[in-house]
Design a protein. Structure first.
Length: 598
């Protein structure tokens, strides 16, 4: 491994160098998601109670991946998660709507067949069965609970067992973009939304329906609302319906967009009527429709309004911070820099004057108490209400708490504690980065190829040469090289692999510079004979390495593929049986035994 790879924090977006080899078998994940092993799908169910629609949400975030697409050359097949061949690779297209269910929509130029895991044809009583996909989306997102079918030129829905969900009464059926579980249907030239049970979330009354784009990592699109539209004599009028199906704004506005305030369930809606914009919070108007433009600053939680070329500022409760009388502005965290009649002033988020210092540029940080200022010479300072750290740093970035990563005039990086204006890590590294989603730092000496890991207390806990730092899917991180690996929690503390993976049958361990496996009680199952290994993955396979060549072992400690294959990758490989698994926007595998030994 070369030192240049140290600085890459990987999310397993690996190279696609295997794709051009006709000997290669590849697996392409049937569903693209935020995390390819975890897909969040929201299914809606509606029941009538007291004449009001109540929407209940079922979270299928733990959906298991039992089946994968297999490609060989230009043809497709299916394998299961143990690497067993389910369908031969002889089809032009295969859709697997729900990767936990054995329902495969297989197409050739001549026909479409719906097959199960036994290669038996199913759902033969329906015509033209298709997966329900977004009509305009570029990805391959599919509804997990339903399929659409065609009868007499119209479409209906069935579930994966073949039960009728809706009769074939719709002109069009598709999944709504950015709103899995919401199925867009069209009848008599009007659009509505149904759930996976066929119940109406939104009645067939609109000329278009789109999602508002609201998203949270922990709940995905569960609380995404709907922007609806109706044609009128003077154009198109827009309204808003929340995620529960409740109409908040009637279709009487020229435009509607949601201010994506990610820590707030209540929708803030920027609307335009008669060419003027204002803001509603739910159904309550909090900023009058009196402005040419309105922009929402997420980190500062401030609305910036513009009227006749002058800018002003409002809080999210509708209270005015500064009147629209400034010709230029910059906003960062709890601070607003404005200019009027050639004079610059700095205010806090409550409208109180802080100072009249002029900054060429203000850069937001995730800690709203601070911002990074850039002067006319390109130097950066750290500013808060109480401090002004001006050391002529060429670069400054926020890390966590009161810590900032800086680069000095000698192009060396360190860390300063802005609260007390003291350097905590001396500027001796080529670069220092915060590992995404954690509170620990990776500091790299590129000349010597070493990486130092600093905990959230800025204590050096690990040094490793020619290594990669990679975030895992369970909140931990791994630091590994060609011969070594360590696990780290979110605070930068070294932990054992038994903590990271509490339910594995085998655990790697190192002895006399060689690697083997023991069980959860520490009993040796595989003697230390390998130069490097990987942990068991969720499919029950791990990698074993001798010299520069890899092989595969199963959860019983049995060698599936001898370590005879040199892989053209500097990342930890992952395997499903004899297949080399690669995860990126698509997931594919190389059949090691059909490839050439190197």
């Amino acid at each position: 491994m070369s030192g240049r790879n140290n600085r890459i924090v990987r999310n397993r977006d690996r190279s696609s160098h295997f794709l051009g080899n006709t000997k290669i078998l590849k697996i392409i994940a049937s569903v693209i998601a935020i995390d390819l092993l975890v897909v969040i799908v929201i299914v809606f169910f509606i029941r009538e109670k007291e004449d009001k629609k109540i929407v209940c949400f079922v979270d299928n975030s733990n959906i298991s991946y039992e089946y994968f697409l297999l490609t060989s050359g230009e043809k497709l097949g299916v394998i299961d998660k143990k690497g067993n061949l389910i369908l031969d690779a002889k089809y032009d297209q295969i859709d697997i709507p729900n990767p936990s269910k054995p329902v495969f929509i297989c197409k050739t130029a001549e026909e479409t067949r719906i097959l199960n895991e036994k290669n038996e044809e199913i759902l033969k009583q329906y015509e033209d069965i298709e997966a329900v996909k977004p009509s305009t989306s570029v990805d391959n997102e599919m509804e997990k609970q339903v399929l659409k079918y065609k009868k007499n030129g119209l479409y209906g829905l069935i579930d994966l067992e073949g039960n009728v969900v809706t009769e074939a009464i719709y002109q069009e059926i598709s999944s709504l973009n950015d709103k899995p579980g919401s199925i867009l249907v069209k009848k008599d030239e009007k659009y509505g939304i149904v759930d996976a049970n066929g119940n109406y979330v939104i009645d067939l009354a609109y000329d278009s329906i789109t999602s508002d784009g609201y998203y949270l990592p922990n709940i995905s699109y569960e609380k995404t609302g709907y922007i609806v539209a109706k044609k009128a004599s003077d154009g198109i009028n827009f309204g808003y319906i929340n995620y529960e199906g409740e109409c908040l704004l009637d279709t009487k506005y020229e435009s509607i967009e949601r201010a994506l305030k990610y820590d707030e369930d209540t929708p803030y809606l920027i609307v335009m009527q008669k060419g003027k914009k204002g803001v509603f919070k739910n159904t309550k108007k909090i900023i009058d429709l009196n402005y040419q433009s309105i922009h929402y600053s997420e980190l500062s939680k401030v609305f910036v309004v513009e009227k006749n070329g002058k800018y002003g500022f409002y809080k999210t409760n509708g209270k005015s911070i500064l009147k629209p009388e400034y010709t230029q502005y910059s906003i960062a965290g709890n601070y607003i820099s404005v200019e009027k009649d050639g004079e610059k002033k700095l205010f806090d988020i409550n409208g109180n004057l802080v100072n009249t210092t002029s900054y060429t540029k203000m850069i937001e940080t995730e800690n709203p108490a601070y911002f990074i200022a850039e002067d006319e010479n390109g130097y950066h300072s750290i500013i808060s209400k109480d401090i002004n750290i001006d050391k002529k740093y060429s670069q400054v970035s926020y890390a966590f708490d009161n810590y900032f990563i800086f680069t000095d005039e000698n192009s060396k990086s360190g860390v300063v504690n802005a609260a007390i204006n003291e350097i905590e890590i001396e500027p001796k590294y080529d670069f220092v980065i915060l590992i995404e989603g954690t509170c620990f730092l990776q500091a790299v000496d590129g000349m010597n190829g070493y990486t130092d890991i600093y905990s959230n207390k800025l204590e050096k806990v690990l040094t490793m040469k020619d290594c990669i730092v990679e975030n895992l899917e369970n909140g931990y991180s791994i630091v590994y090289s060609g011969t070594d690996m360590k696990y780290i929690n979110q605070n930068g503390e070294i932990v054992e692999n038994t903590e990271v993976y509490p339910d594995k049958q085998l655990y790697s361990f190192k002895q006399n510079d060689k690697w083997g496996f023991s069980d959860s009680n520490g009993k040796i199952v595989v003697q230390c004979q390998y130069d490097l290994v990987t942990e068991l993955n969720e499919y029950g396979f791990c990698g074993i390495k001798k010299g520069e060549k890899w092989g595969v072992m199963n959860e019983r400690g049995e060698v599936i593929v001898e370590p005879n294959y040199k892989l053209d990758t500097y990342f930890f490989p992952e395997f499903i049986g004899k297949y080399l698994l690669n995860k990126s926007e698509t997931t594919y595998c190389e059949d090691l035994e059909k490839g050439e030994k190197k």
